[in-house]
Design a protein around this ligand. Structure first.
Ligand code: AMP
Length: 454
């Protein structure tokens, strides 16, 4: 599919896509939209940044527009579960943007904000509810929502749900859904627990996939610096002073760790903010807004909080702590290099973290070069060929799209200046369970819709 008009979507949806200046469907959209329109269950292997929100939101909106029905009180027709508040808000935003010419009711059920307003929003029933698992369970317990009328259930970022310990909550929620429903599940990786969950939750699902998780790592200039645990703050300070940083996301394993890093940096005269689960929704939004606007160049985050952060122009990711879950490393470094080329990932690795490093290297199937604090000048030490190019670019053009790219429809509000795409290099997942239909196209999607690295 080279154009959205070919899917047979309702005119009001096409109109909003035109307004958003979406021209070409992304690969996940091209594969997923026809399946969802045909009411199939779908498992999608895709990361944030591939256009997966529209891949499910557009056909769902089409379904709502073609099957007008009043939602029952305290009920919803479509339920989307996502692991974080930020991601949930973004998904809701997507539904509202693409559905702006349809008359649909939407609601958001996330933690960190008063529950009363959410109960009131649900009282009359809504078409689309986007929720995080904890708050949805609270609402269920309070009798503010019932799920027995769900027509389509979407589980987004399923592997993150697992990492964040939501798997039991998800099971409880699934138990409340009607047997007769459409189910869509998206995940960047497919650990066994998630594959098992998919087996229980989906009926004869079609499988679509773009950009396997490991290929992200190949596009980013990575290095590891071996340091004593006690010298990490000094090492970070030095890196922040010497690296050619536009915007940097620094990861710590714990919330306390994040706050400690901020204190250390502020003491060293470097402005930084932290974003993690102990912060209120307001604090998180303020910190993100400062980061997005460039008022603060350094944001410290935990894995959980960083999920769903959608900020352009992150030139560097620094792992202050190495993650103990290797997939988290790939998610973390994928926050940079959105346009497929220009990103730096630097990991500070203490003696006790070497075991994590080995697991990560096994997953990404490459050894991460180690260096001192100064960036290595020897290109042989750079894992990608993109880095020099990055350095030569004038600062203001970094991360901007190359006009020759094919995914040229850049939306107005939703994606202005956005630099997202996981570029091609697809491998189809042929080794997946036989029971699942294989919808994965063969070969390289880079020429289909994603921006090519220069
Ligand atoms: P997602 O992976 O859903 O977070 O989407 C990534 C970004 O790409 C969002 O800013 C979308 O607005 C944007 N986007 C999604 N689909 C398209 C498309 N077909 N053309 C242009 N931009 C898109």
């Amino acid at each position: 599919m080279n154009s959205f008009t070919e899917f047979g979507l309702a005119e009001p949806i096409l109109r909003s896509l035109a307004e958003e200046r979406y021209v070409t469907p992304t690969p996940i959209q091209a594969q997923t939209i026809p399946l969802v329109l045909a009411r199939c269950d779908v498992v999608g292997i895709a990361q944030t940044g591939t256009g997966k929100t529209a891949a499910f939101a557009l056909p769902i909106l089409n379904h709502l527009s073609a099957n007008r029905a009043r939602p029952q009180p305290k009920s919803c027709r479509i339920l989307v579960l996502s692991p974080t508040r930020e991601l949930s808000s973004q998904i809701l935003d997507g539904f509202r943007t693409y559905g702006r010419h349809l008359r649909i009711n939407t609601a958001l059920a996330i933690g960190g904000v008063p529950i009363g307003r959410q109960k009131r929003a649900l009282a009359g029933g809504v078409d689309v509810l986007v929720a995080t698992p904890g708050r949805l369970l609270d609402l269920l317990q309070d009798g503010a929502i019932r799920l027995d009328r769900i027509e389509t259930f979407v589980l987004d970022e399923a592997d993150r749900m697992l990492d964040m310990g939501f798997i039991h909550d998800i099971r409880k929620i699934i138990a409340r859904l009607p047997a007769q429903r459409q189910t869509l599940m998206f995940s960047a990786t497919m650990p066994k627990v998630i594959a098992d969950l998919a087996g229980q939750m989906l009926k004869d699902p079609a499988r679509v996939a773009v950009t396997p998780v490991a290929s992200t790592a190949e596009r980013i200039a990575q290095r590891v610096i071996h340091v004593d645990r006690g010298s990490k703050t000094a090492a970070l300070t030095e890196l922040l002073r010497t690296e050619p940083i536009d915007r940097v996301l620094v990861f710590t394993r714990t919330k306390q760790g994040a706050d400690k890093v901020v204190r250390g940096l502020i003491k060293a005269g470097i402005a930084a903010e932290a974003i993690h689960g102990n912060k209120s929704q307001n604090q998180r939004e303020r910190a993100l807004a400062s980061f997005r606007a460039g008022r603060v160049r350094t944001l410290i985050a935990t894995d959980i909080a960083a999920r769903g952060i959608d900020v352009d122009g992150i030139s560097h990711v620094i792992n202050f702590d190495l993650p103990n879950i290797p997939e988290s490393y790939v998610h973390r470094i994928g926050r940079t290099a959105r346009a497929g080329a220009e990103g730096f990932a630097i990991s500070l690795c203490s003696q006790d973290e070497r075991v994590f490093l080995r697991d990560i290297e096994k997953l990404i199937r490459m050894a991460i070069p180690s260096s001192g604090l100064a960036a290595p000048s020897n290109q042989a030490q750079q894992p990608t060929h993109h880095q020099n190019r990055h350095r030569q670019q004038p600062h203001k053009n970094r991360g901007k799209h190359h006009s020759g790219g094919k995914w040229h429809g850049r939306g107005k509000r939703h994606l202005q200046d956005r630099n997202r795409s996981d570029n091609g290099n697809q491998t189809s997942r042929k080794n997946d369970p036989q029971s699942e239909r294989q919808i994965v196209s063969q070969g390289d999607f880079a020429g289909v819709a994603f921006m090519q690295p220069r």
